[in-house]
Structures are given as structure tokens and as C-alpha cells.
Design a protein around this ligand. Structure first.
Ligand code: NDP
Length: 295
């Protein structure tokens, strides 16, 4: 147990898989690290490597000028830090919240922190636990640039790349939501594809090399698409929506002929048909961005 004097460079609240990875990276970088988790016992391995296990969150935050919080969501963050003793102990210190949630929750937490004299930076981790402490980690941050610069040396111990996205505290969460939107709809598409393939007697492993090829088509499309969406011009040259929608219909029919739910594909097909109905049939598929959120 640590005393209330500042002995650590950093405290970590939350020792799920990601919190443990963060604390381990701080220790590997030689930073004195204090840890706390709601359920006791998760600090055992970290303690063996030199971490100080605090018996309460207030004692954990009192041990360092900087506290990194990484728990399941902001309800959990609130349950930990928005309590008299912890809030009081955080006054004059800084919290870097690497928990994932919505931009609105990030702004709400920042307002709470400002009200209580707590420095606050919001962040998002875009890569899995195995990347923490390696060059492959990707960290996004938002909030006061001055505060970010002050604590950057400690954050650098986590390895990877750190990007400050601006002073608007909601920006890291906004990027996180958009990027996870890509990830989860892609994973839903992949899971659906495997179900339909299996119904047609094609195993996941047989499909894998070709599935990888489909994945490789996407990065250049992200670059082209960004230009199109920002300019509001959607070239359908090579693959107009009229052609894309026909391909989608084949997937829906095959899927439903096997009794497999085609909800995700039906939603995409529906948007594409609306774009055609509005006279954009010769445009490219990303025209549907305008249907979902007209500028
Ligand atoms: P979880 O998302 O499962 O979070 C587990 C942690 O949350 C544990 O420390 C748990 O404590 C704590 N917790 C849950 N509810 C409460 C509560 N009411 N009060 C206090 N603590 C609570 O696992 P991860 O560690 O993997 O993820 C943490 C964050 O990191 C999440 O926001 C996640 O989205 C993000 N992230 C994770 C990645 C990953 O690969 N794992 C990748 C990128 C981001 P207890 O042990 O007591 O249950």
C-alpha cells in the first residue's frame, strides 16, 4: 500500500485486460505505478512486477499526479470517481480517461472535472491489448493541449503513436465511435458471410484467403471515399449504385433462401434503393452517406 504522498508517476484505475496491459507497459518503462481495481486480486501479477496495489481508489489517485482510468464504460468511471473522497483526492491532479464511451459522455465528464478543479483529458485506444507497449499501439487524445503536452512523457511509456485531435474533449470519442462503426459493421458482414458460405458448403477456412483479398480492397477505397464525401461528389464510374444494389439483392436472396437473417444487408440495400429513387443511380455507393445525413 502507498501513502497519500505522491510516490508514483502514474496510477491506473481499472485492471481488466486493457487496464492490466496499460499498467504493465508503465512498469516496463520503469515508471513507479500504483494500481486499483473494483474486484480485488487482479493486481497480483502487476504487484509481482513492482506495482503498488492501492486498497481504495482515493488512495490510488492520491499516489500520483496523473491517473489513467480504463474501465468498461463511463457508468463505471462515474461509479469510481464521482464520489466525495475520490473527487476530493483528484483536485489539482489530472485524469486521462482511456475508457470507451460516447462523445456526449466525454463532454459531461469534462464538465464534472472542471467543476471540481481536476485536469481532464479524454482518450481512445484503437488497438488490442497485445499492442500496448509496442510500436503498434494507437492512442487518440482530446482536450487541453497544454495538459496533453505536460503528461505526454508518461503517456509515451505506453508505446505506439499518440495523436492529439484538438481541444474539443469529445473528439477522441467521436473518432472512436466512427472507427468502431467501421469495425463492427465489417465484423457483422464477415459473420453473416461465413453463415451464408457454410449454408452453401464453403468452410470459413476455404473462404479465408479470398476474404483477406476483399479486406485489402478497402484501404484505397477509404482514401477515395474520404475525398468524395468531403467534396459531395460521388463518382459511379466503374460501379454505379444500380450495379451495387443488384449485387446486394443476390446476397439477400441467397441468405434468405437458407433461412438466414439478412437484416444488415437489407438495411444497406434499402439505403442504396432510396438513393436510386432520388435520381442518384449513376453515382457511387457512398452517395448513401448523404441520404443518412444530408449536408
Ligand atoms: P472491460 O471493458 O470488460 O472492462 C473491465 C474493467 O471495468 C474491470 O476493471 C472492471 O472491474 C471494470 N468495471 C466494470 N464495471 C465497473 C463498475 N461498475 N465499477 C467499477 N469498475 C467496473 O475490459 P477491458 O479492460 O478490455 O476494456 C477497458 C476499456 O478499454 C473499455 O472501454 C474498452 O472498450 C477499451 N478497449 C479495450 C480493448 C481491448 O482489446 N480489450 C481495445 C481498445 C479499447 P472488475 O474487475 O471489478 O469487474
Amino acid at each position: 500500500m502507498t501513502s497519500h504522498t505522491e510516490q508514483s508517476a502514474v496510477s491506473v484505475l481499472g485492471l481488466g485486460p486493457m487496464g492490466r496491459a496499460l499498467a504493465a507497459a508503465f512498469l516496463d518503462a520503469g515508471l513507479p505505478t500504483t494500481v486499483w481495481n473494483r474486484t480485488p486480486g487482479k493486481d497480483r501479477e502487476l504487484a509481482g512486477r513492482g506495482a503498488v496495489g492501492a486498497p481504495s481508489p482515493e488512495e490510488a489517485v492520491a499516489a500520483s499526479r496523473l491517473t489513467v482510468v480504463c474501465v468498461v464504460n463511463y457508468d463505471a468511471v462515474d461509479a469510481i470517481v464521482r464520489r466525495g473522497a475520490v473527487t476530493g483526492a483528484l483536485k489539482g491532479r489530472t485524469v486521462v480517461n482511456l475508457t470507451a464511451d460516447t462523445p456526449a459522455r466525454a463532454r459531461d465528464t469534462a464538465a464534472w472535472a472542471a467543476e471540481h478543479g481536476i485536469g481532464y483529458l479524454d482518450g481512445a485506444i484503437m488497438t488490442p491489448t497485445t499492442t500496448i507497449g509496442t510500436p503498434a499501439g494507437v492512442f487518440l487524445h482530446s482536450g487541453s493541449e497544454e495538459l496533453y503536452r505536460e503528461h505526454r512523457p508518461v503517456l509515451d511509456a505506453l508505446g505506439g503513436t499518440h495523436t492529439h485531435l484538438g481541444e474539443d474533449i469529445g473528439r477522441a470519442a467521436a473518432y472512436d465511435i466512427a472507427l468502431l462503426d467501421i469495425f463492427w459493421t465489417a465484423m457483422a458482414g464477415y459473420a453473416h458471410a461465413l453463415a451464408v458460405a457454410r449454408a452453401e458448403g464453403v468452410s470459413a477456412q476455404e473462404l479465408a484467403p479470398f476474404a483477406k483479398g476483399i479486406g485489402e480492397i478497402l484501404p484505397p477505397l477509404f482514401e477515395l471515399g474520404a475525398e468524395e464525401v468531403d467534396n459531395g461528389r460521388f463518382s459511379g464510374e466503374g460501379n454505379p449504385i444500380t450495379s451495387a444494389v443488384s449485387s446486394m439483392a443476390h446476397i439477400v436472396h441467397t441468405s434468405e433462401s437458407h433461412g438466414i437473417d439478412a437484416g444488415v444487408m437489407r438495411a444497406a440495400e434499402g439505403l442504396a434503393r432510396r438513393a436510386i429513387g432520388l435520381g442518384h443511380g449513376t453515382d457511387g455507393f457512398l452517395r448513401i452517406t448523404e441520404i443518412m445525413n444530408p449536408r
